[in-house]
Design a binder for this molecule. Structure first.
Ligand code: NAD
Ligand code: MG
Length: 380
């Protein structure tokens, strides 16, 4: 069970909910990090009293130093600061809630210190899952999922004595705000439409990924790495209500699922308290009012991003890094109103076409693939 936690990305959606959990469960914050919101960081530092606060942005760090001048809290900045937060000796756990592949280096650093990793930052596993998992094995670092689907799988695997008995992992998918729409209907979709998720309130990037269904594709690759299963042993089912968070099908046709209200504080908490459970702040689920539970096949023709991700999952090697880098760049363009909604998939497809895939890549080759994919998207 975790006691002192460094939260990378504490001002974001997952970061703030993690602080709720920490406060409710009597845990402590060792370090907090954020990109540029010094005002919110100041509030968090005054409440949680970590020993280190890090702003990625240098100017925000200078601002934070002035704001915290009356406190003993050390302020650091940039990637150096992020790495320091990841390696802080007094922390037993590092919760990775930064968005994007920027989380890769600090996650590796925390693994090398043998910390428990409560992993929300899925982009890290999509880019470099094999290297991250190998490093975790070598350094004896536990990687516990925060993503609700992966936590549901983890919870549904708790009674499993032999992984050979698992037939299939089934990821549930809400379908996002555009479930049931055709490609023609999606042509004029705006940033504002895409930022409305029916069941979850999340950061902008993952909300767009949930609208394109790229999020489920990233989660598919994340599951392959976390549970060391080949792509043919994972399937995806649309479940609009987000009550069943995922399921494991066993060889005797039994299925074990985890249910709960759509509240990220439960999977966050489980990653911190495992192997125990404790009373916490997550909402309870009322079975009689959560409505009928429905299931459907995903539409891979309309939601091309999911199809591209599944192909990248089967290709392996640097395909995940190319997919992810291209998607990060394309979503940023969409959020700046520079490309349309359907063009996100077009740009990702183009990057996957242009950048050659390398199998069994080194970290340098992964970073190069990521960079080449971003360049392909920007130069289209
Ligand atoms: P968010 O945008 O709300 O927060 C991101 C955090 O990272 C913020 O604290 C921000 O300051 C920091 N950050 C952003 N860019 C940075 C940079 N370049 N360098 C350093 N720090 C930076 O995002 P979120 O919704 O909390 O998602 C965080 C991660 O968790 C993502 O990888 C996402 O896929 C994953 N996740 C989120 C949810 C959810 O419900 N929000 C669910 C499952 C997984
Ligand atoms: Mg998820």
């Amino acid at each position: 069970m975790s006691k002192r936690i460094s939260i990378l990305g504490s001002t974001g959606s997952i970061g703030r909910q993690s602080l709720d959990v920490i406060a409710a469960c009597g845990m402590e914050a060792a370090a907090l990090t954020a990109n540029s919101n010094a005002a919110r960081m100041e509030e968090q530092v005054r409440q949680f009293k970590p020993e280190l606060a890090v702003m990625m942005d240098e100017r925000a760090a200078a601002d934070l130093r002035i704001r915290l001048a009356d406190t003993p809290v050390r302020v650091a900045s940039g990637m150096e600061g992020l790495l320091e937060a990841a390696e802080l000796p007094s922390a037993d756990t590092v919760l990775t809630a930064v968005v994007g592949m920027i989380g890769l280096r600090p996650t590796m650093a925390a693994i090398r210190e043998g910390k428990r990793i409560a992993l929300a930052n899925k982009e890290t596993l999509v880019c470099a899952g094999q290297l991250v998992m190998e490093e975790a094995r070598d350094f004896g670092a536990e990687i516990l999922p925060v993503d609700s689907e992966h936590s549901a799988l983890f919870q549904s695997l708790q009674g499993c004595r032999d992984r050979g008995e698992v037939r299939r992992l089934i990821l549930t998918c809400s379908g996002g705000p555009f479930f049931g729409k055709t490609r023609t209907e999606l042509q004029g979709v705006t940033r504002k439409d895409a930022l409305q998720h029916p069941n979850w309130s999340m950061g902008a990037k993952i909300t767009i990924d949930s609208a394109t269904l790229m999020n489920k594709g990233l989660e598919f690759i994340e599951a392959m790495h976390l549970y060391q299963v080949p792509p043919e042993k994972i399937s995806i089912v649309i479940h609009r209500e987000s009550i069943i968070h995922s399921l494991v099908e066993y060889c005797d046709n039994g299925m074990i699922a985890q249910l709960g209200a759509p509240d990220m504080r439960l999977p966050i908490q489980y990653a911190l308290t495992w192997p125990r459970r404790t009373v916490g702040p997550a909402d309870p689920l009322d079975l009689c009012s959560c409505g009928p539970l429905t299931f459907a096949q995903p539409d891979l023709d309309t939601f091309r991003c999911l199809d591209l991700a599944l192909k990248a999952a089967r290709t392996g090697g640097t395909a995940g890094a190319i997919l992810n880098g291209a998607n990060e760049a394309a979503v940023a363009l969409f959020l700046e109103d520079r490309i349309g909604f359907l063009e996100i998939a077009d740009r990702v497809a183009l990057a996957l076409d242009r950048v050659p895939v390398i199998q069994e890549p080194s970290m340098t080759q992964i970073l190069e693939a990521d960079q080449a994919a971003r360049e392909a998207v920007l130069s289209a």
